[in-house]
Design a protein around this ligand. Structure first.
Ligand SMILES: [Zn+2]
Length: 273
């Protein structure tokens, strides 16, 4: 599944290709992905219009025109490829965009859990409105997260980090690695994390996401892998997927537990409860 760094990488790769460019042609090869595609609204809002910027919130990319925003989500297996014509070249191609002068972007998604939606200017969308702040955003602070966590009676910090309503788009691998880097035990209740600990955790999370983005590269070529899981595997992981292997700091064996039905990897010596 494409994780936040892959989505940010895609946004950075698409920006020079379509920012300040007009959409000249648009083809949809089916009516729905995870949700119905609002083809008429997308045509009306984007076709012949200039894209003035791309932004990201969690795992959603927003392509903005003066009329509103196209919302993209890659789901489990979605990816964009750059091709030389408006004709589909691969199976499971569901949408094709031609931007000026001759940039053809094909959206390919075998499992069809991705989505293409439209938000008219000035309006919100239920999928985006409930999301917490983006972990790479400039507006996220330790003080704010401490405030946000104070009413979470039972949630552990690990479960809290992976709740998109609290922080948008932090996958399991990044939750485990950032808690290890910050020296915080994954089972500590989120409400007990202090402001300075939140600052440290957010800083570690930001660094790990940036490293993963750097490893993934910034071209569309990195999205040609069939499983869509480019990027993070190039990171040197400290604890994730390393059960019983030595902790890189203290050499104690890395532990694995289950939290909210997901595996958590951590070091019980280096991460304080
Ligand atoms: Zn350790």
């Amino acid at each position: 599944m494409p994780e936040l760094p892959e989505v940010e990488t895609l946004k950075r790769a698409l920006t020079p290709l379509i920012s300040n460019k007009r959409l000249l042609e648009l083809r949809f090869l089916r009516r729905d992905l995870r949700f119905p595609i609002p083809a008429t609204k997308i045509r009306k809002g984007l076709l012949g219009k200039t894209v003035f910027k791309l932004t990201r919130k969690g795992k959603y990319i927003l392509v903005h025109s003066a009329e509103g925003s196209l919302v993209l989500h890659l789901g489990m297996s979605g990816r964009f490829t750059q091709n030389s014509s408006i004709e589909p070249v691969e199976k499971h191609t569901h949408a094709i965009f031609k931007f000026e002068p001759t940039t053809y972007l094909h959206y390919v998604d075998p499992r069809r859990f991705g989505c293409l939606l439209w938000i008219p200017k000035g309006q919100g969308h239920p999928l985006l409105d409930g999301l917490g702040p983006d972990p790479m955003g400039k507006d996220i602070t330790g003080k704010e997260m401490k405030f946000c966590a104070k009413n979470s009676r039972t949630a552990s910090i690990k479960t809290f980090l992976m709740d998109a309503r609290r922080i948008a788009g932090v996958g399991n691998i990044y939750a485990c690695e950032s808690l290890f880097a910050a020296g915080i035990h994954p089972q500590r209740p989120a409400r007990l994390i202090t402001s300075p600990q939140w600052d440290r955790l957010l800083s570690c999370l930001h660094n790990i996401l940036e490293k993963s983005i750097a490893a993934g590269g910034t071209t569309l070529r990195s999205f040609h892998s069939t499983d869509g899981s480019q990027g993070y595997y190039k990171l040197s992981l400290a604890v994730y997927g390393r059960e019983n292997l030595p902790c890189p700091k203290c050499k104690a064996p890395v532990k694995r537990i289950t939290q909210s039905a997901r595996s958590t990897f951590f070091c019980k010596i280096c991460q304080k409860r």
